[in-house]
Design a protein around this ligand. Structure first.
Ligand SMILES: *[C@@H]1O[C@H](CO)[C@@H](O)[C@H](O)[C@H]1NC(C)=O
Ligand SMILES: *[C@@H]1O[C@H](CO)[C@@H](O)[C@H](O)[C@H]1NC(C)=O
Ligand SMILES: *[C@@H]1O[C@H](CO)[C@@H](O)[C@H](O)[C@H]1NC(C)=O
Ligand SMILES: *[C@@H]1O[C@H](CO)[C@@H](O)[C@H](O)[C@H]1NC(C)=O
Ligand SMILES: *[C@@H]1O[C@H](CO)[C@@H](O)[C@H](O)[C@H]1NC(C)=O
Ligand SMILES: *[C@@H]1O[C@H](CO)[C@@H](O)[C@H](O)[C@H]1NC(C)=O
Ligand SMILES: *[C@@H]1O[C@H](CO)[C@@H](O)[C@H](O)[C@H]1NC(C)=O
Ligand SMILES: *[C@@H]1O[C@H](CO)[C@@H](O)[C@H](O)[C@H]1NC(C)=O
Ligand SMILES: *[C@@H]1O[C@H](CO)[C@@H](O)[C@H](O)[C@H]1NC(C)=O
Ligand SMILES: *[C@@H]1O[C@H](CO)[C@@H](O)[C@H](O)[C@H]1NC(C)=O
Length: 456
C-alpha cells in the first residue's frame, strides 16, 4: 500500500520531492525523500513586497502564490524571500511550491486580527481549541496540497504571538488563536532549515497529512507563552521529525488525533511517526506528549536519541474517559533528561472535553509502550502512571533506566491501574511495573498472546 503510494507520487510529480521506497539507515523510517531545485523561481519583490517590517505584504504573498499555481504542472516553482522583515497576514500555499527564506529573511505575522481570516474548526475537534466555535486561519496555510516545501537558509518565521498570548490570558479572544504553519489534508510536506519564533498557538501543525518531514528546524516560544506547542502531528501518518531544537511554553512535540466524539467520528489516527535527534525544552508542561486529544488513535511511534531539559515533564501520555481511541506500539529509547520535574507520566484523567456531548463510556486504550536506555539527572518524580480503572494501562515496558532523584522528592514512582514489566530500572519502580521480563525484552511484547505480563 505504502509502496503504491510512493510509486504513484513518483510518477505523478516531476518535482522537487522524490521518494525512495528502500530502507536506508541514514533516512527516517517513514519518510524517504530528497529535495531537488525547482525549475522556476520568483522573488517576492516582483510582487511589490516591501521588507521594512511595517508595510503589510499579505497581498504580495497571495498574488505571488496565485501566479505560481500555473507552474504546478511544470515541475513547480520556488517563491524566494530575500533578507528583510516581511510583515504579512495569513496566506495559502499551493502544490509543487517551495517557499524559500534566505538567511536574514524574516516573515512577521501581523498583530492585527483583521489580517487573519476566520474559518471553521477542524472536523476532528468540532470547535476551536481555546474557545467554542470558529478559529483564525494560520499564518501560512496549506489545504489539499501535494509536494510543498517550506525551507530556507535559516530564515525566520516570527508569529509575533505576544498579542495573542495576552488576549488568551485576558479572555479577550473572539476566536481560537491561529497557528504559525498549518497544512491540512496534504501529502509530501517538508518544513526544514528554518527558525520559527513566537507562534500564537502551535508552531507547525500538519493535520490529516501523510509523508511529512520536519527537519533541522529551531522553534522557540518563550517560557510563559500560554499553551504554545512546537510541532503537532495530528491525524497524520508517515511523519519524521529530526535534528530539531524546540523550546516552548507548553509541549515541545505533541502527537494528537482529534477530540472526543469529533475525533472518534473523524477516525483518522496518527501513525508511523519517527522522532530522532531532537533537543526539547518545555517550561510548563511536557517535552514530548501523546494526547491528550487522541480520539482517532496514535500508534507505531519510534522515538530515539532525544535530549530533554529544564522542563516540568519529560514524556507524557495523556488521555481521559470519553476520548476513546488508543495510544499503542510506542518505542522510546536513548533519552537523556536534565532538570526535569517528572520524567515519565501516563495519565488517565488528563484533558477537558470539547462540550457535554462526549460519551463517557468511550474508554481510551494505552498499551505496549516501551521506554528504554534512559538516564536522568536532577529528577523529582521518576514516573507517575495513573491508568483508568475500567481500562487499565497495560504492557508498559521499562528497561535500562537510571534516574538520579533529587533530595526533595516525596515518592519516585506513583502507580495505579497500570501493569507492566521492568528490568534494570533505578530507582526501583512500583510493584505494578516490577514484573521482571520473563526472558528477553521481546517478552514484554510477546506476552500479549499469553494474557498478561504482570498482575494488577
Ligand atoms: C485559502 O484557502 C482556503 C481553502 O483552504 C480558501 O477558502 C480561501 O479562500 C483561500 N484564501 C485565499 C486568500 O486564497
Ligand atoms: C541546518 O540548517 C542550517 C541553516 O538553518 C544549515 O546551515 C545546516 O547546514 C543545516 N544542516 C543540515 C544537516 O541540513
Ligand atoms: C538561525 O537563526 C537564529 C536567529 O534567527 C539564530 O539564533 C541561530 O543561531 C541560527 N542558526 C544557524 C544554524 O545558523
Ligand atoms: C473582539 O471583538 C470585539 C467586538 O467586535 C472587538 O472590540 C475586539 O477588539 C475583538 N478582540 C480581538 C482580540 O480581536
Ligand atoms: C538544509 O540545508 C542544507 C544546507 O544548505 C541542505 O544541504 C539540505 O538539503 C537542506 N535540507 C532540507 C530538507 O531542505
Ligand atoms: C518496538 O520494539 C519491538 C521490540 O523490539 C518491536 O517488535 C516493534 O516492532 C517496535 N515497534 C515499532 C513501532 O517500531
Ligand atoms: C533541578 O531541576 C529543577 C526543575 O525541576 C530546577 O528548578 C533546579 O534549578 C534544578 N537544580 C539544579 C541544581 O540544576
Ligand atoms: C543502557 O543505556 C545506556 C544509555 O542510557 C547505554 O549506553 C547502554 O548501552 C545501555 N545498556 C544496555 C545493556 O543496553
Ligand atoms: C484504579 O483507580 C481508581 C481511581 O480512579 C482507584 O479507586 C482504584 O483503587 C484503582 N485501582 C487500583 C487497582 O489501583
Ligand atoms: C529465552 O531466550 C533464549 C535466548 O534468547 C531462548 O533460547 C529461550 O528459548 C528463551 N526462553 C523462553 C522461555 O522464552
Amino acid at each position: 500500500m505504502k509502496m503504491l503510494v510512493v510509486l504513484l507520487s513518483l510518477l505523478a510529480l516531476t518535482n522537487a520531492i522524490q521518494l525512495y521506497g528502500e530502507e536506508s539507515d541514514g533516512q527516517c523510517n517513514y519518510v524517504k525523500l530528497t529535495l531537488e531545485p525547482r525549475p522556476h523561481s520568483v522573488s517576492i519583490l516582483e510582487f511589490g513586497a516591501v521588507g521594512d517590517g511595517k508595510t503589510l505584504n499579505t497581498l504580495a504573498f497571495q498574488n505571488a502564490i496565485f501566479y505560481l499555481k500555473s507552474f504546478a504542472d511544470k515541475g513547480g516553482a520556488q517563491l524566494y524571500v530575500p533578507p528583510g522583515r516581511w510583515l504579512t497576514g495569513s496566506f495559502n500555499l499551493t502544490s509543487h511550491l517551495t517557499l524559500f527564506l534566505e538567511k536574514g529573511a524574516i516573515i512577521l505575522g501581523s498583530q492585527d486580527p483583521s489580517q487573519w481570516e476566520v474559518v471553521d474548526p477542524l472536523p476532528s475537534y468540532g470547535r476551536g481549541l481555546d474557545l467554542p466555535g470558529k478559529r483564525y486561519r494560520s499564518l501560512i496555510n496549506g489545504y489539499q496540497l501535494q509536494d510543498v516545501v517550506i525551507t530556507g537558509d535559516n530564515g525566520t518565521i516570527d508569529g509575533q504571538g505576544s498579542v495573542w498570548w495576552d488576549w488568551f490570558s485576558s479572555h479577550s479572544l473572539n476566536y481560537s488563536r491561529p497557528h504559525l504553519v498549518e497544512i491540512v489534508e496534504s501529502e509530501l510536506v517538508v518544513v526544514s532549515n528554518l527558525t520559527l519564533l513566537n507562534a500564537p498557538a502551535y508552531s507547525i501543525h500538519p493535520v490529516y497529512c501523510s509523508d511529512v518531514l520536519v527537519q533541522n528546524i529551531s522553534v522557540s516560544n518563550p517560557p510563559g507563552s500560554p499553551h504554545t506547542v512546537g510541532v503537532v502531528p495530528d491525524s497524520s501518518n508517515d511523519v519524521c521529525i529530526e535534528d530539531c531544537i524546540i523550546s516552548t511554553g507548553y509541549d515541545a512535540i505533541a502527537l494528537k488525533s482529534g477530540w472526543d466524539e469529533y475525533g472518534i467520528d473523524y477516525g483518522r489516527p496518527t501513525k508511523n511517526v519517527h522522532i530522532r535527534r531532537v533537543h526539547l525544552w518545555s517550561s510548563s508542561r511536557s517535552c514530548l506528549a501523546f494526547g491528550s486529544e487522541m480520539s482517532g488513535g496514535i500508534s507505531n511511534v519510534v522515538v530515539e536519541h532525544v535530549r530533554l531539559y529544564n522542563s516540568y515533564s519529560g514524556i507524557e501520555f495523556r488521555t481521559t474517559k470519553g476520548r476513546g481511541g488508543y495510544i499503542k506500539h510506542v518505542n522510546i529509547s536513548d533519552v537523556v533528561m536534565q532538570n526535569v520535574y517528572m520524567a515519565f507520566s501516563a495519565c488517565g484523567q488528563c484533558g477537558v472535553h470539547p462540550d457535554d456531548k462526549f460519551d463517557p463510556t468511550a474508554l481510551p486504550v494505552l498499551e505496549q509502550i516501551t521506554l528504554q536506555d534512559v538516564t536522568g539527572t536532577n529528577i523529582s518524580v521518576a514516573g507517575n502512571f495513573m491508568g483508568i480503572e475500567e481500562s487499565p494501562f497495560t504492557l508498559i515496558c521499562l528497561s535500562n533506566i537510571t534516574l538520579s532523584i533529587n533530595s526533595g522528592s516525596l515518592a519516585s514512582w506513583v502507580c495505579s491501574n497500570v501493569s507492566g514489566s521492568s528490568q534494570s530500572v533505578f530507582p526501583e519502580p512500583c510493584p505494578d511495573l516490577e514484573n521482571p521480563y520473563s526472558n528477553s525484552s521481546s517478552a514484554c511484547f510477546s506476552s500479549t498472546s499469553n494474557g498478561k505480563s504482570a498482575t494488577l
